[in-house]
Design a protein around this ligand. Structure first.
Ligand code: BDR
Ligand code: CA
Length: 316
């Protein structure tokens, strides 16, 4: 059985690897890619999605641009982590990538894809939740077409962009609030889980050993990502957050899950954008979110290395 998926992303180094994983693995049926402003402006994240698909030979997946700012509040980017292009490291050249941009708006592409597919589809947001919230607000009738939402965002503990808040949720807390309160099944992979999958020199060496143009590009991406994580956070190796989502869909036992109530702090003086995860059931709120906890990092990296191998070797 394959899992039909729409990726909503802001590439972004780790988003890029999630696209590769979703496109490469036979268990995932990648129906569409939509982009949102986050790691960089919408124009740049959209160009980056097209660039990654071009270099990886992903030609049959429509890519559409969505919202260029949050539902409320200021726009922010993560240029300190992902660079001015949003995908710094490799030289992509200055020309337009060969993969075209779908003329539809992201919401139209998601809506039409949901309506056209034979079965409910899993939404996988790995950027700010603006597009997904806008979709749910504009088209509540689509809820029955959505199987579940499997997202990267938040944390059971501390944040990375403020001491309390993780980047994707902080970019658009009101959108995250809409998603967590949507009544849809939501699975959240936050920093507490994603920080367990670090692209160590050993991992980068495994990808380098594949010896293909795609593997060289992936090494350049990870090397750049490692440098900014070292500078900004003092990490020995950078966490490859976003692909935990698709890795979970491929292998549900790769990350252990607990059920908890999750609320998004919208008003805190110092804590806006924090995900308040009630791991001990002390609030009495329904434990309606699945929260990623312990990760089998080795199994995760096996999936990533295999994806780069498969897409780098067109005959498989
Ligand atoms: C999240 O923020 C972005 O910079 C990454 O792409 C990831 O989705 C981690 O906080
Ligand atoms: Ca992202």
């Amino acid at each position: 059985m394959t899992v039909p998926v729409i990726l909503d992303c802001d590439p972004g180094h780790d988003d890029a690897f999630n696209i590769l994983l979703a496109a490469a693995h036979p268990r995932i049926e990648l129906l569409a890619i939509t982009t949102v402003a986050g790691n960089q402006t919408l124009e740049k994240t959209t160009l980056n999605a097209r660039r990654i698909c071009a270099v990886a030979g992903i030609r049959d997946v429509p890519i559409a641009a969505g919202r260029d700012r949050p539902l409320h509040g200021p726009r922010r980017t993560a240029a300190d982590i992902h660079g001015e292009s949003g995908l710094d490291g490799p030289g992509f050249g200055t020309g337009e990538p060969v993969v075209p941009q779908d003329p539809r708006d992201a919401l139209a592409l998601i809506r039409e894809t949901l309506l056209a597919h034979r079965a409910p589809v899993t939404l996988v947001p790995t950027g700010p939740l603006t597009n997904i919230a806008a979709l749910l607000l504009a088209h509540p009738d689509l809820v029955g077409r959505i199987e579940r939402i499997v997202l990267m965002g938040g944390s059971t503990g501390r944040g990375n962009t403020t001491p309390a808040a993780e980047f994707n949720v902080l970019c658009d807390p009101e959108a995250a609030d809409v998603v967590f309160r949507s009544g849809l099944p939501v699975t959240m992979f936050g920093l507490n889980a994603t920080h367990q999958v670090r692209a160590t020199p050993a991992v980068i060496a495994r990808i380098a050993a594949l010896g293909t143009p795609l593997s060289r590009l992936c090494v350049e991406l990870l090397t750049y990502f490692a440098s900014t994580y070292r500078e900004v956070y003092g990490f020995d190796a950078p966490p490859l957050h976003d692909p935990l989502t698709v890795a979970h869909l491929i292998n549900p036992s790769l990350v252990s899950l607990v059920r908890a109530a999750v609320t998004v702090e919208l008003n805190g003086t110092h804590t806006r954008g924090a995900t308040v995860v009630d791991l001990h059931g002390v609030t009495g709120r329904p434990a309606d979110v699945e929260v990623g906890m312990e990760v089998d990092a080795e199994a995760f990296w096996d999936l990533i290395v295999e994806a780069v191998r498969v897409l780098g070797t067109p005959s498989g």
